[in-house]
Design a protein around this ligand. Structure first.
Ligand code: ZN
Length: 426
């Protein structure tokens, strides 16, 4: 190759590179690049903790405004990275779909720009730092107008040096013990918790299928029930049956619990309903096995009536009932000592089995109700359900709280003994 040839080759190479550079510099900015410049996102300024890592950039035709905190704590960083990565991955898919749809549009139709906000707030609280990571993404027009179609949020509670804090650390030992007791009553456990949010004055616990909020005041006093306010125990005999679940749901609707005195012979046919009521925190108690008048039986037969029922109930809920209601309310002291636990009678008889009339049942309850009452009903009639539903609306307005018989005993500080009880007034 001659020198001249070499020289001209070099010149043309330089020209190509220069041309490319000029092209790069002079080219129109992409719609996303323009959007990024003209419609910047204003990041949150509530950042009282962590080293902020902030960036605004375009990628695959979309705009990304991202800010996240950095900390030396590996455990927290892993959670923060996990959240950030999930959000970015989802946005990538979202942008790709948007690009595909845009490609199918007519040439002259304006394109929308996928926009992602990834930001956080970090607030110093009394005993922790509340870190809220959040994201929003959607399609935006060139003029900056648009709506976010997807939101994500993750709240973390951290110590000053960035270590994640659990419920026990946030609540402290004493409150934690009280909360565990409250949850026990509803057959719920901290161990199966999926997530929670904590504020100075309340905590919301989230399980797979359930969510409960407790104020600190409720935790302090041991539950939703205010011991100073009137409370009654609704009791349902002769089930389980076709309406058991309905009764359970009705009580749950009012944040209350009731006691089912079940007949052993019915349990096998409604196992699922028994478990359902039990899992909602209602009390499953014994109405003996076969509804016999215990006063007419021998000691041996009384024992059998009670222990047979114990066994079938235990086979479904995993524990023996703590209370027994003798059929017809018929019992003498020997029955109590054989049962070895409280015999629960009532002081308010709705006579629902006789009237089968919702209005009469409602009136009976409202006329005779008093603080600490044990109300007798039967769960095998739809008329009982209707009457109770109407009565509860009124009772709730009057400030009555609905508790199980065992709860009522506990709130009235009665130590369970093997004898007959009729009510638990203050
Ligand atoms: Zn009965």
């Amino acid at each position: 190759m001659t020198r001249l040839m070499k020289c001209s080759l070099l010149i043309s190479a330089v020209a190509v590179i220069l041309g490319f550079l000029i092209f790069l510099l002079s080219r129109e900015p992409s719609p996303a690049e323009r959007f990024l410049k003209e419609h910047p996102y204003h990041f949150s300024e509530t950042k009282e903790w962590g080293e902020e890592s902030q960036d605004s950039y375009t990628e695959n035709g979309g705009c990304i405004f991202s800010a996240y905190p950095e900390t030396d704590n590996e455990e927290s960083m892993k959670i923060i990275d996990g959240f950030t990565q999930t959000v970015l991955d989802r946005f990538q898919e979202f942008s790709a779909t948007a690009a595909e749809q845009a490609a199918a549009l007519p040439e002259d139709q304006p394109r929308e720009i996928p926009r992602l906000i990834l930001d956080y707030t970090a607030e110093k609280k009394e005993n922790h730092i509340a870190l809220r990571l959040f994201s929003a993404s959607g399609l935006y027009k060139e003029d900056g107008k648009g709506t976010d179609s997807h939101h994500d949020e993750k709240v973390l509670y951290l110590s000053e040096d960035g270590a994640p804090l659990g419920i026990a650390e946030l609540l402290g030992k004493e409150r934690m013990e009280k909360l565990s007791k409250i949850l026990d009553r509803s057959k719920l456990s901290i161990d199966t918790l999926e997530d929670f949010t904590y504020q100075e004055n309340e905590i919301t616990l989230k399980w797979e299928k359930e969510e409960r909020t407790f104020t600190m005041e409720e935790i302090e006093r041991g539950g939703k029930i205010d011991p100073e306010k009137p409370m009654i125990a609704l009791t349902f005999d002769d089930g389980p049956g076709q309406y058991t679940k309905q009764f359970a749901d009705l009580l749950t609707r009012y944040n209350g619990h009731c006691t089912f005195f079940m007949l052993g012979i019915n349990v096998g046919n409604y196992k699922e309903s028994v478990k359902y009521a039990y899992d909602q925190g209602h009390e499953i108690a014994s109405h003996t096995m076969r509804h016999k008048d215990l006063c007419t039986l021998s000691q041996k037969d009384i024992t059998k009536e009670i222990s047979d029922a114990d066994q079938v109930i235990k086979s479904v809920i995993g524990e023996k009932p703590n209370l027994v209601r003798p059929p017809y309310g018929s019992a003498k002291s020997t029955v109590a000592s054989i049962a070895g636990r409280p015999l629960i009678h009532w002081n308010l008889d709705t006579e629902d089995w006789r009237t089968r009339n919702p209005e009469a049942i409602k009136t009976a309850i409202l006329n005779e109700v008093s603080d600490g009452a044990i109300i007798l009903m039967h769960e095998i009639y739809d008329t009982s359900y209707e009457g109770l539903e109407q009565a509860m609306e009124e009772l709730d307005k009057q400030g009555y709280q609905f508790v199980t018989v065992s709860e009522l005993m506990e709130y009235r500080k009665v130590t369970p003994q093997a004898k007959s009880y009729f009510s638990f007034p203050k």
